[in-house]
Every structure is written in C-alpha cells, then in structure tokens.
Design a protein around this ligand. Sequence first.
Ligand code: ADP
Ligand code: MG
Length: 250
Amino acid sequence: MKLLEMNHIKKDFDGVQVIKDISLSVEQGEILAIIGPSGSGKSTLLRCATMLETISDGEILYLGKKAAWIENGKPVFPKKEERKEIQSCFGLVFQNFNLFPHFSVMKNITDAPIKVQKRKKEEVYKEAKELLKKMGLEDKADAYPYQLSGGQQQRVSIARALAMKPKMLFFDEPTSALDPELTGEILKVIKSLASEHMTMVIVTHEMNFARKVADKIIFMDKGVIAEEGTPEEVFASDNARMKEFLGKLA
Ligand code: ADP
Ligand code: MG
C-alpha cells in the first residue's frame, strides 16, 4: 500500500520554478533518503509533502486520499476534518528542532495530542514518559529547551512527533545543526525507528547513514530527481552531478 504519493509536483516562488515535475511514492515501512546540494529543493519538497506549502501543480495523496491538488488553476487542500485526518498521518522533524521555548519538554510533547487530537491527558502523559525513556531523556521531562543540548532538543522533537502516533515521519536534515559528536545520537534514534519499521523520508547529508538505512535514495538537483534507486545503484551511478556532489562532500 502506498502511504504517500506525489504526482508531477511543481512548485514556484514568484515565477521561479524550484520543484520541476517531481513524482515519488513511499510504501508502508519504506525508508526514503533524499540527498542533493543546497538549494536543490529538498526542503521545499518536504514542506509541500507535509502541507506546510501549497503546490503549483500536481497532486499529493496519503493512503489514496487527496491531500493537495489543483482546482481551477488554484492549489487546494481538503476541508478541515479531512485535512486534520490526513495531517495526522505524518510527523515532521525540522533541522532546528522548532520546540516551543516557553513549554517544558513534557508540555512540548503532550500539548498537541491533548489539544489537537483530544486524547486523554493521563494516557498521553504515560506515553510521553515512555517516549522520553526511549529517547534516553527520562530525567528531562520538566526541563526547558534552552537547558538542553542540541542533540537532546532534537530527541525531544522526535518524541513530540511520535506522540501524535503518525504513520510516517519526515526529517529535514535532522543532524545538520548539531556538532559531529551529537549527530551520532540522533542517527542512532532514527536507526532504532528503522528497526521498528517506521516509514520515513529523510533529507540528509550523512551519506554513510543514508546508504545503510535507506531502502531507496533520491538525488535531487536543481528541482528535479537527477538519480534514484537503491543505495547500491545510486552510489554506483555515473551521473556527473551526483559524482560531483559526492566528491564535494568527501
Ligand atoms: P534545499 O532544502 O535543497 O537546500 P530549498 O527547498 O530550501 O532547497 O530551496 C530551493 C530553492 O527555493 C532555493 O533557491 C530557495 O532560495 C528557494 N526558496 C525556498 N523557499 C522559498 C520561499 N519561501 N520564497 C522564495 N524562494 C524560496
Ligand atoms: Mg533544506
């Protein structure tokens, strides 16, 4: 079953096309890594996929239900209830953590499940404690984001995304704001989610990581998919831009 389908997506900002006819799909349990140079449109693609941004053309579906499309030349999202249902399919983890600075760790994690999903407070708190334990942060429930390292903040934001019980997670360069020694702890968490068969789309510059955990890799360049396939296929590719990109990282 296809969890996510993006068909012929285009996105322009003020007449400049930054996504040029991209199609991709993600199956239940699949891990897709998206790599590519800065400015190639990776974040924009994730923002379109997660309905934070309108599309300029094409359509997006979750479990076969339309999440975004074009009608009479204008971008459309489903109506409120259906939109909420579709949005509950996915969680998003940002590069800069995006925690609420004035909320404790516990409140950061429990606020949306209680307010948006209207779930029982006791149940949500219990699950949040389990998530914190899983993230190795059981002693940080009452801390505020500024009291935590970047790696800890990012683990809180992963816990916050998981607290909504999404069917899939999107990560936009989850380690690029972190020092190298903190990067490993986040990659470890993502690996453990992979071993639980969490469906994930991960934009990353960590090539070894992408190679190891991804089922499929997409290399984006200037708004198009320049190469895609299994890690073996993509890393063995003769694509000149891909080789140049990998060379620059080395
Ligand atoms: P990446 O994540 O691969 O670095 P982005 O998706 O952030 O790339 O950006 C792709 C292109 O779109 C860049 O040229 C960027 O300047 C442009 N862009 C992104 N967001 C906006 C915006 N809100 N308004 C105008 N241009 C944007
Ligand atoms: Mg980006």
